[in-house]
Design a protein around this ligand. Structure first.
Ligand code: NCD
Length: 307
């Protein structure tokens, strides 16, 4: 694997390979000193043009646990504010000698462009509404950890699908691993066309919840909504939020997931996020191990973890 741009590039076998390797890094992460020298001498830079807490820290932690050097580019304190283009920024960073660039940008496709402008490996950490492949991988890993496999599981992805790169990557990954995916959202929060999406659609959350093995809530992405798509947030929550009352419809083994950051009280009730079926902090913990696996697959040499 040279880059990680899209879940589609991995295919089912590629996803399985990452998930298998992740087991090793979950084990490494549980050690007293959670480090292996696998990427000693390699440099990983994060180039984030959009806000992030989890993804940025997770990639950095992953790189550090593999003993890579890390560089951190922050738009707010960089020459981007002096008008430097993405291309010039990438060329500048590449000239310092980096092995991998982790990119997040508000426009779809930017990681592909970056990959054309540099010899370094490029990892997509979220491009616009398009894709977020490492999120999908960590979500697959987290479901597998609880349920053994995704094959035949019924997964409901609920909420603002239209603006969600997490939804796009997860629909692909979950269906490649054999899950049945249902999108549950008001029509205004679905993409204008779902042609080619391997999904069913419902507008009735109460009907879907009792049958779901996994309920995946999306953040209401208000910063991406340029027009009024909802009568009110309160009405959204009443119809599509996982409220305390609605959570009673969930089966005993149903897993509740959210990519973060959560709007507690909007798409998920505060107390529901803390129920035993909610694996939201597990997703974050697994995110580090999954990103270690991805960095190792792309930058490691010869399959040796080095200890
Ligand atoms: C998501 C993102 O930025 O795509 N967060 C994340 O990476 N865990 C989801 C979101 O912003 O809603």
């Amino acid at each position: 694997m040279r880059h990680l741009l899209s879940v589609a590039d991995l295919g089912p076998d590629g996803i399985e390979e990452v998930l298998r390797l992740t087991d090793n890094f979950v084990e490494v992460s549980a050690r007293a000193i959670p480090r292996v020298p696998a990427l000693r001498g390699k440099t990983v830079v994060s180039l984030f043009y959009e806000d992030s807490t989890r993804t940025r820290l997770s990639f950095e932690t992953a790189a550090k646990r593999l003993n890579a050097d890390t560089m951190n580019f922050s738009v707010s304190s960089s020459s981007v504010n002096k008008g430097e283009s993405v291309r010039d920024t990438v060329t500048t960073i590449a000239a310092m000698g980096v092995d991998a660039i982790v990119v997040r940008h508000s426009s779809a496709g930017v990681p592909w462009q970056v990959a054309r402008w540099t010899d370094a490996a490029v990892l997509n950490a979220g491009d616009g509404w398009h894709e977020h492949p490492t999120q999908a991988l960590l979500d697959c890993y987290t479901i597998r950890e609880r349920r053994g496999s995704l094959a035949g599981l019924r997964v409901a992805i609920v909420g603002d699908v239209k603006h969600s790169r997490v939804a796009r990557s997860n629909v692909l990954a979950f269906s490649l691993l054999g899950a049945d995916v249902t999108l549950v959202a008001p029509p205004t929060l679905l993409p204008p066309s779902l042609a080619g999406w391997p999904v069913a659609v419902s507008h009735d959350l109460d009907d879907v919840l009792p049958k779901a093995d996994v309920v995946y809530l999306l953040r209401m992405q208000r910063e991406r909504q340029t027009e009024a798509l909802l009568p009110s947030l309160r009405e959204y929550t009443a119809l599509y939020g996982l409220t305390r009352d609605r959570a009673k419809l969930l089966g005993d083994d149903t897993i509740v997931m959210h990519p973060g950051p959560m709007n507690r009280g909007v798409e998920i009730a505060a107390e529901v996020a803390d129920l035993p079926g909610a694996v939201i902090t597990r997703q974050v913990a697994n995110g580090v191990a999954v990103r270690m696996a991805v960095l190792f697959l792309i930058l490691g040499s010869g399959g040796d973890l080095g200890g």
